[in-house]
Design a protein around this ligand. Sequence first.
Ligand code: NDP
Ligand code: GDR
Length: 335
Amino acid sequence: MPINCAPAQGESTLAKRALITGITGQDGSYLAELLLSEGYDVYGVVRRASTENYERIEHLRGQITLLQADLLDQSSLVQAIRESNPTELYNLAAQSFVPTSWAQPVLTAEFTAIGVTKVLEAMRAVNPEIRFYQASSSEMYGKVLEVPQSEDTPFYPRSPYGVAKVYGHYITVNYRESYNLHASSGILFNHESPRRGLEFVTRKVTDGVSRIKLGLATELRMGNLDSQRDWGFAGDYVKAMWLMLQQDTPDDYVVATGETHTVKELVQLAFDRVGLDWEKYVVIDPRFIRPAEVDLLIGQPAKANKVLGWVPETSFQTLVNMMVDADMDRLSARK
Ligand code: NDP
Ligand code: GDR
């Protein structure tokens, strides 16, 4: 049953309708905004919780329809697909935090790996003509076998999360080849925003810096400052997801900026933004060091540039400034 209904719209076979799993997450919220602006009827899968967790989509509540389902419950997925009758299905739901994948490896495999098969099977049962997007990840490259990483670089995942994403990627490729589905896999490198979860490194840093600046904290405890990531802005990256499903032919694409930065550079830039010296506040805490690290990620987005016409629009510096400013505003308002 729908939890809230968008204003009544004329039913038309031509209407573009999208179903998003993971709509309450960072990417789901930006994708919902994009699809609404493109004239779609937008539906989102939410899972039942004792308290609602719709902060990122609160501003869209009157314009989207939320349906209760869970990645692990096949019949609920079938029902959500039947009710929304989508032309496009974006599978963004996952257990997405890498450290949790060591603490909860089985759950991560069930959500992030098997969950993809459940969504694909549900989609096939209801309507195999639906165009499907799978949220694959640069974590699949792990201990990288090539620099930079492209669609042809072999995978070597370094966490239970990375392993689960490799499964999700290949089951998408396999269903495309086995059943001739319009199923595409976006191999997205790290992308961030003011809506990023607080446990991920960018948001942890921008939130931590803001707390220190405002006198709400005295230190920032961090893990490995040497790892390198190719960081972009989530608002730019959801456009690539949508573009993949507008192509005549389904395919796999790397989505990245083609630049890499260390965690230390991220920390420096964020502290610089509020005029503080990071070395006075950052403490290395072994609790945040991972059992196996992904040292260097840098993507080669040439195919997405060429075929999709997609280019990232937000620089690393702009991204960090945007996130620090948003956290400063949020925390100042609470003081
Ligand atoms: P988030 O962690 O912000 O969001 C994850 C979403 O999945 C939430 O809406 C969550 O719901 C939902 N979810 C989790 N488990 C289930 C379940 N069992 N049933 C239904 N829904 C569930 O992730 P992002 O938005 O950052 O990422 C989106 C996707 O892209 C994920 O698959 C992630 O692994 C992948 N990805 C992300 C990258 C990034 O840098 N952000 C890069 C590459 C890939 P709830 O709110 O209820 O917890
Ligand atoms: P990642 O993102 O593991 O790349 O996965 P995260 O921001 O958690 O870590 C990036 C790098 O920062 C180092 N690091 C720390 N990380 C966290 N979270 N907390 C710390 O205190 C800290 N100190 C240093 C990490 O060791 C790592 O090297 C993200 C997720 O969004 C995945 O879902 C997605 O698939 C990949 O990006 C692409």
